[in-house]
Design a protein around this ligand. Structure first.
Ligand SMILES: Cc1cc2nc3c(=O)[nH]c(=O)nc-3n(C[C@H](O)[C@H](O)[C@H](O)COP(=O)(O)OP(=O)(O)OC[C@H]3O[C@@H](n4cnc5c(N)ncnc54)[C@H](O)[C@@H]3O)c2cc1C
Length: 491
């Protein structure tokens, strides 16, 4: 007798309608499988709609361009990419997954182009960042357009898309995946039978309990700030663990500095993310602020501070500089390199009125308003101004070009927080994206892709290969779907 009485059946169920889920669904549907995407939110897209760039190696776009726009730079080979992921992770990355990624990202770019995506540049994330490889393929219309185009392609290929339908439980028979339980739009339980299931639920970044349990952010999990309205709460990870899966390098969480209460495109957040004077709740500096050039490293630095909070301190001259000359460093498309932060003063005045930023006529007054020890804070600023005057930072060796004094009143403090964008990894997979159990054996019919899958990272997101999360999402989705197609068709 059949173990389950399914409400409906498909060859393949994909849990999550972000970049990895849609790429998987499209591949499988084009190969002739019946496919459904279950999406928890009212719309598909997930965190992938925010992605500005997609990582690829030896792509047609890189080959056509021959060399990057910046003098003396080159486009990296797959071999260079393989080495960089491996070394950046201190060999904690899974070589099979890294190899799958570097070998297949070029095809991702070609598929996107065939769907109508135009790439305007192949560059790096942060201008002037010496360690970054030129892998960042910028699509016209950014992630939002890519996700729109992919959704249309999925629907045209016959994929069913059930929105507001969270998957809840994987159903197995004899150790193999045979279906999934979900809640429909009205909250009723539905069961869907399938021959394969791909978990593409975007990781656990929005679940502070899981961030606390699994990532190195255990102290700061509840102090981080949520700057994007995603709901990637680790559902795939939880369901996989219930099904006998194992975890691997579950720690990587992508953290970016963002002004608390603001978005990444706000000019206040953009100003606070510059390498200006940063102090923590003790009123002291804690790093060379030029760490801001890599948001992953800056995120790590901020997340270590008490309550994962720092204050970016700027004076009237720096405000004028940022408004008239533009930013000193770029933050992708959120705050472009040399973007004039023209809204900064107006936004700051509003934030001070709203109590989420602070102003002072003197440094001591600013310190008191923030709630810092005014004497310690004043000594920090005096020491920093001396370093600026000498063009030499004896404390943290901050590069001289970023030593900008804090002298001209009024003074402002911006409340910067470590902000979790997504988690990168969790469920251990092999090079075909099959979920493996504690004995490293594949669980029949179960795959994990995108941010649900582990394998590319150690403890920190690798910004040396910018666009990795999104490149991996699309690539892993497609590779998993191809394996599922072969298995289902008995090839
Ligand atoms: C602001 C921001 C900017 C970024 N910029 C970049 C960038 O420039 N380059 C880059 O490489 N990466 C970037 N990233 C990261 C990148 O967007 C993602 O890591 C990657 O695209 C994730 O794809 P995914 O398919 O794994 O997850 P997502 O795209 O997040 O999709 C997961 C989907 O699963 C759904 N879901 C969750 N639980 C369930 C459930 N139980 N049932 C059904 N559905 C469920 C979610 O609602 C979501 O739609 C950025 C992220 C953010 C937040």
């Amino acid at each position: 007798m059949a173990k389950y009485n399914f409400d409906t059946e498909y060859d393949l169920v994909v849990v999550g309608g972000g970049g990895s889920g849609k790429s998987a669904a499209l591949t499988a549907a084009q190969a002739g499988l019946s496919v459904v995407i279950l999406e928890k939110m009212a719309e598909t897209g997930g965190s992938s709609i925010y992605a500005e760039g997609t990582c690829a190696f030896e792509s047609s776009e890189q080959k056509e361009r021959k060399v990057p726009k910046d003098a003396g730079k080159h486009f990296p080979s797959r071999e260079e990419g393989f080495r960089r992921y491996t070394e950046y992770s201190h060999h904690r990355a899974n070589p099979d997954v890294v190899r799958m990624h570097v070998d297949n990202t070029a095809e991702t770019i070609d598929i996107m182009k065939s769907l109508g995506i135009v790439y305007t540049d192949v560059t790096i994330y942060a201008y002037d960042q010496p360690l970054e490889l030129y892998t960042f393929h910028r699509p016209d219309g950014l992630g939002e357009r890519v996700q729109e185009v992919l959704l249309r392609a999925c629907v045209n290929a016959g994929v069913d898309v059930f929105t507001s339908t969270p998957a809840k439980k994987i159903l197995t028979d004899g150790g193999a995946v045979v279906g999934v339980q979900a809640l429909d739009k009205d909250g009723n339980v539905m069961t869907i039978g399938c021959k394969a299931l791909i978990l593409a639920s975007g990781g656990y970044g929005n679940n502070p309990d899981l961030v606390q349990k699994y990532s190195w952010l255990h102290r700061a999990a509840y102090d981080t700030y949520k700057c994007v309205p995603t709901e990637n709460t680790g559902d795939g990870l939880k369901m996989a663990l219930e099904t006998g899966a194992d975890t691997d390098n579950i720690g990587p969480v992508m953290i970016i500095p963002c002004a608390r209460g603001k978005t990444l495109t706000s000019h206040v957040s953009g100003a606070g993310s510059q390498p200006v004077l940063w102090v923590n709740k003790t009123g002291r500096r804690f790093a060379s602020e030029h760490v801001a050039m890599s948001f992953a490293d800056a995120g790590n630095t901020i997340a270590k501070q008490p309550q994962a909070t720092i204050y970016a301190i700027i004076d009237a001259d720096t405000i004028k500089h940022l408004m008239e000359d533009g930013s000193d460093i770029g933050l992708g498309d959120f705050i472009e390199y040399h973007l004039k932060l023209t809204r900064l003063q107006a936004e700051l005045d509003q934030d001070v009125a709203d109590g989420i930023a602070w102003k002072g006529g003197s440094i001591e007054e600013l310190g008191r308003n923030i709630g810092l020890d005014p004497a310690v804070f004043a000594a920090t600023v005096a020491e920093y101004n001396e370093a600026c005057a000498k063009n030499y930072d004896p404390l943290f060796f901050k590069p001289a070009q970023f030593l900008r004094p804090v002298k001209k009143a009024p003074f402002y403090a911006i409340n910067m927080a470590g902000s979790v964008l997504v988690s990168d990894g969790g469920i251990r997979v092999n090079g075909d994206l099959q979920v493996t159990d504690r004995e490293y054996k594949p669980i029949p019919g179960l795959y994990a892709v995108g941010n649900d899958a582990s394998g590319l990272f150690g403890d920190t997101y690798n910004l040396d290969c910018p666009g990795t999360a999104n490149g991996f999402a699309h690539t892993s989705g497609r590779v998993a779907a191809r394996h599922a197609v072969k298995t289902i068709k008995g090839l």
